[in-house]
Design a protein around this ligand. Sequence first.
Ligand SMILES: [Zn+2]
Ligand SMILES: [Zn+2]
Length: 246
Amino acid sequence: MKGLFIGTGFHRCQKGLTNPQMIEPVIKTENITVYHADAFDVAQKRCSTCKVNQPASAFGKNARKYDGLQNECKKCRSLRYRTNTQAKREYDHSLRAIKKATKEATKKQYEKEHADEIAAEAEKRRMIARRKDTERSRRWARANKDRVAARNKKWRVANRLAVAAHEQRRRAAKSGAGGSFTAEEWKELCRQFGNQCLRCHRTDVKLAADHVLPIVSGGSSDIQNIQPLCLSCNSSKGTKHVDYRL
Ligand SMILES: [Zn+2]
Ligand SMILES: [Zn+2]
């Protein structure tokens, strides 16, 4: 592209070519805009086939195009018309790789620039999925109340000791007091005291792990600080420090 390049409708500016509007025209009237063609020589044009930005010299001439160049680079064009199948195959292969790399780079760039939006969008999708999931289980539970009740009861009975131990650990962890006891330790402790409430001495009641020195007063959840009490004695004792094991 030498000499003056006359353009009238630069709305046809192609992707990949430096926007002519960024280039200072030599003459500009209402109907005609004249650019110095040298200005376009530094412009990079994107090949329509390999999608690589290349200088104007990499493209063949075509007077019918607004920038006077083919849309396809010389290399792509020549290889397209080649009869050598091996070269063609190699070219197709590298073309695929280039296209893939370009696509990936574009995607990466987009993800980098829109990381916050993408993360927010993903979080939104996750929340919707979670909500749907919860709604589905709730619907099922409402429609199968008997089954849910039976299942929960069965589980609680089977895991009573584990539930108690877990609950104590959870509370201790929450209060930051530390320490913990296992279901086995709790079972053994109850056995040692004859499976009775140490306050009212009843044996026909459910036993709860009571903290001798309450967590709120800095007691830990180690088994040394635990005594079996029935639920009613446990709540009567409240947050007092009473050792019924003595
Ligand atoms: Zn090309
Ligand atoms: Zn009791």
